[in-house]
Design a protein around this ligand. Structure first.
Ligand code: PLP
Length: 437
């Protein structure tokens, strides 16, 4: 009976009201609000452990939000917790070089050899913002090219057609970004080689860089079509623009290292999320001659009081220890496949049309008839049905991101029992969506 499912979230509502009276909009990042799924008070989480979130009303959720991707080992993993405690006790912030920075940089370069030189920052936004500056410094050019729907953080230049967060809130281009800046951003549809060639013919010699997510994680999950990344590489080589991979979601999510689609390598790459083991981090790096543009070696300035802090670095290294174990990525992918297949088959059983895109340990379900290969396709997905699905899952104890543009992420903490419970909840939830479709 649906009436049995009515979820008592009175404490969450009270916390949300209290939050709104002091925190702007009640949240510290707009994607955490439920604006895209009906505007209710978001669930307030009291604590998280392993595969579960526990809210302030005592409800438990199996967590596939994974904090929008980083929490790949689950919450509060003892190996990461021990590293964090040790790091804090030995000095959480020094303001001088520490061995940890070098050790972690060496380890990342071992996994991603094209990171000839790299630097740690505090967020994915910072990493991408700096990459653009460095690209401009290296090429002496101003314009940048991005793919519609790819999100590269919230710095001015990349908030044009910026995917998940802004799209969910109906903010395609942010207020406060001057037109003079937006004019320097050329946007093309993802996976559209003809549009790429047109844009390169027109702007190629003015472009400092071409940015992409090598596998998209910001309008669901979308794989590059065969040859697409090579087409980007060739276009950059022909025009002198730098090829930038934003691997903030993808690095260490799908394999131990960066995405290796078609073996196409970028000139520079941004990292974040998983490499912090659940703590704030970002990193950028790539070709030595380009990175040498950055101070203190070169004229492009970038700095950070918190950058390279030992707590984030040691949490990240501990997380990589866990990810390096044999079978990790097979397990993450198998879990995601089981769930993705279940969404497909349950939807069919309940006469709902759903497209499910899965790549490794992440997938997205779109309520739409046509396959989703670009942002326009994702936009066509039915937001009302997604909202029904989101709330049906939530009421039954499964948490995903509150936006049709976000993915489900699997973690090392999900047990066979969690998966079995989730499969039943998916089916029950889609049955409810069908009743209201
Ligand atoms: C691909 C990508 N790049 C950059 C960012 C920005 O990272 P941060 O939120 O750490 O600033 C995100 C965040 O979701 C992202 O998904």
């Amino acid at each position: 009976m649906e009436s049995e499912r009515i979820y008592l979230n009175s404490h969450s509502i009270r916390w949300s009201e209290r939050a709104q009276s002091v925190l702007l909009g009640g949240v510290n990042s707009p994607s955490r609000s439920y604006k895209a799924v009906g505007g209710q008070a978001p669930v307030t989480i009291a604590c998280a452990q392993g595969a579960y979130l526990y809210d302030v009303d005592g409800q438990r959720y199996i967590d596939y939000l994974a904090a929008f991707g980083p929490v790949i080992a689950g919450h509060g993993h003892p190996h990461i917790a021990a590293a964090v405690t040790a790091a804090y006790e030995e000095g959480s912030l020094i303001g001088a070089p520490t061995p940890w920075e070098t050790l972690y940089a060496e380890r990342l370069r071992m996994a991603i050899p094209e990171l000839t030189r790299l630097r740690f920052v505090n967020s994915g936004t910072e990493a991408m913002m700096t990459i653009i500056r460095v690209s401009r410094a290296y090429t002496g050019r101003t314009k940048v090219l991005k793919c519609a729907g790819c999100y590269h953080g919230h710095s001015d230049l990349v908030l044009v057609a910026a995917g998940s967060g802004p799209s969910s809130l109906g903010i395609p281009d942010s207020a406060g970004v001057p037109e003079s800046i937006a004019r320097d951003v050329i946007t093309i549809p993802y996976n559209d080689v003809a549009a790429l060639h047109d844009a390169m013919a027109r702007y190629g010699t003015e472009l400092a860089c071409v940015m992409t997510e090598p596998v998209v994680g910001n309008f669901g999950i979308v794989e590059p079509s065969p040859g697409y990344l090579q087409a980007l590489r060739d276009a950059c080589d022909a025009s002198g623009a730098l090829l930038i991979y934003d691997e903030v979601i993808t690095a260490f999510r799908f394999r131990f290292g960066a995405v290796r689609h078609d073996e196409v390598k970028p000139d520079l790459m941004a990292l974040g999320k998983i490499i912090g083991g659940g703590l704030p981090i970002g990193a950028y790096g790539g070709r030595q001659d380009i990175m040498e543009q950055v101070a203190p070696l070169g004229p492009a300035y970038q700095a950070g009081t918190m950058a390279g802090n030992p707590v984030s670095l040691r949490a990240g290294m501990a997380c990589l220890d866990l990810l390096e174990a044999p079978g990790t990525y097979e397990r993450l992918a198998t879990t995601a496949k089981t769930l993705a297949d279940a969404v497909r088959s349950s939807a069919q059983r309940h006469h709902l049309t759903v497209q499910v895109n899965r790549y490794g340990g992440a997938f997205a379900a779109y309520f739409t008839e046509l396959p989703v290969t670009d942002y326009e396709g994702a936009k066509r997905a039915d937001g009302r049905l997604f909202a029904l699905f989101f709330h049906a899952l939530r009421e039954r104890g499964v948490m995903i991101a509150p936006s049709k543009y976000e993915a489900w992420f699997t973690t090392l903490a999900h047990s066979d029992d969690d998966i079995a419970v989730t499969l039943a909840i998916i089916d029950d939830s889609l049955a409810q969506v069908a009743r209201h479709a």
